[in-house]
Design a protein around this ligand. Structure first.
Ligand SMILES: Cc1cc2nc3c(=O)[nH]c(=O)nc-3n(C[C@H](O)[C@H](O)[C@H](O)COP(=O)(O)OP(=O)(O)OC[C@H]3O[C@@H](n4cnc5c(N)ncnc54)[C@H](O)[C@@H]3O)c2cc1C
Length: 358
């Protein structure tokens, strides 16, 4: 019998596994082969689709956790600028912001490598379901087409935006969900900014470009029931009028992304089950930055499990009050980014923007 089983070894799950002490018997499951080197297998199709930018809030959390990002995880260029492109209002501004540009797959592997040896890790396995028993939970997971069972006192869903565990409690999935598509293009251009692109004809959320060494990523968070592939093609057409190298796509991937437009859609768990990271709905509703929320929710839950084993969820709820307020305040600020007329006024004012000398 395990004390704690964590499903998902992304930033949230790997952080929780690292922080829980060796007084617990812990099992960590992930369908990704994070336990073997990337170049030792054909990892196609399983890498996490992500922009790979560590924003200031996530940098702050890494600092608080006493971590510095190793050189192998970094990719060029490091970015200090956001180019805001408002296609509909035909306006642009540059803003200073400091990002750390990373290879997301390597970042996750680095977090995974810090999990202490007292945690049992199982990679390449797919968590399927669980049933509640009187004093424990019985889990089912699949490995090489064979189903296995394990018993655990607590189950932690760190299984991301498509969380099976969250769906069990929220079958109707009230939280706003987007499908994000990212395409990679080879480029010779030196691009020194991350761009945030707004156009409600494409999406009511936003699109982006991010340079990664010799590539430019073009991504967009699109409404799943609103012809996302066609909208993405339209975005590419519209960007032809801008100075991006959007030619032949060399890689395309996609993933769901959540947008908690109401704090009540953040679900922390129930009884013996708790959720952290994006599985709980912890992600910025304005920028889709999720790493800081993964770290903050994982550290909060690790603390609650130690400090209040009898009332974990209640303690975790109290411990994440400021995180909920953070999401509430982002939702209150959202119209300044997402309402076309208010955004035009903001961009026109030039407030906090800077000139770029080309
Ligand atoms: C296109 C895109 C771009 C993004 N760009 C950024 C960015 O630049 N910066 C930023 O801060 N955030 C970004 N985000 C958000 C960020 O990626 C997530 O919020 C963050 O990864 C959440 O971490 P997590 O650990 O909660 O979940 P995840 O990183 O999604 O990890 C979940 C883990 O659970 C595993 N898993 C899932 N289901 C199962 C199962 N049934 N069985 C076994 N294992 C399972 C997965 O393999 C995965 O390893 C982006 C998201 C998307 C989709």
């Amino acid at each position: 019998m395990y004390d704690i089983t964590i499903v998902g070894a992304g930033p949230a799950g790997a952080t929780l596994a690292r922080l829980l002490g060796n007084e617990y018997k812990i099992l960590l499951l992930d369908r990704r082969r994070l336990d073997i080197p990337l170049d030792s297998f054909n990892g196609a199709g399983i890498e996490k689709c992500c922009g790979g930018l560590i924003a200031p809030d996530a940098q702050n959390m890494l600092a608080r956790m006493g971590l510095g990002v190793p050189r192998e995880v970094l990719v060029g260029p490091q970015l200090f600028t956001v180019r805001t492109i408002d296609i509909q209002n035909k306006m642009e501004r540059y803003y200073q912001r400091h990002y750390i540009n990373i290879d997301r797959e390597k970042f996750d592997r680095w977090l995974f490598s810090m999990i202490p040896s007292h945690v049992d890790t199982l990679c390449g396995v797919s968590f399927k379901t669980f049933e509640e028993r009187s004093d424990s939970l019985r889990l089912k997971y699949k490995l090489n087409d064979k189903t296995y069972e394990a018993d655990t006192k607590y189950l932690i869903g760190a299984d991301g935006a498509s969380s099976i565990i969250r769906r069990r409690y929220f079958p109707n999935n009230q939280i706003q969900k987007y499908i994000s598509i990212q395409e990679w293009f080879k480029t010779n251009k030196r691009i020194a900014y991350y761009s945030a692109i707004f156009d409600s004809e494409i999406t009511d959320f936003y699109s982006w470009t991010i340079p990664k060494e010799d590539y430019l990523i073009l991504g967009s968070a699109l409404l799943p029931n609103d012809n996302p592939n066609e909208r993405f093609e339209l975005l590419k057409q519209k960007l032809k009028g801008y100075d991006f190298d959007i030619g032949e796509c060399v890689k395309r991937n996609g993933a769901y992304i959540l947008r908690p437009d109401r704090t009540k859609h953040i679900f922390l768990g129930n009884g013996r089950v708790a959720l952290i990271g994006e599985a709980a709905g912890w992600i910025s509703p304005t920028s889709a930055e999720g790493l800081s929320y993964a770290f903050r929710s994982a550290t909060a839950l690790a603390h609650s499990m130690k400090a209040s084993p009898q009332n974990i969820i209640e303690h975790y709820y109290n411990k994440t009050k400021s995180l909920r307020l953070n999401i509430l305040s982002k939702n209150l600020k959202a119209p300044f980014m997402y309402n076309k007329n208010i955004r035009r006024n903001v961009l026109q004012s030039g407030l906090l923007s800077m000139d770029i000398y080309k």
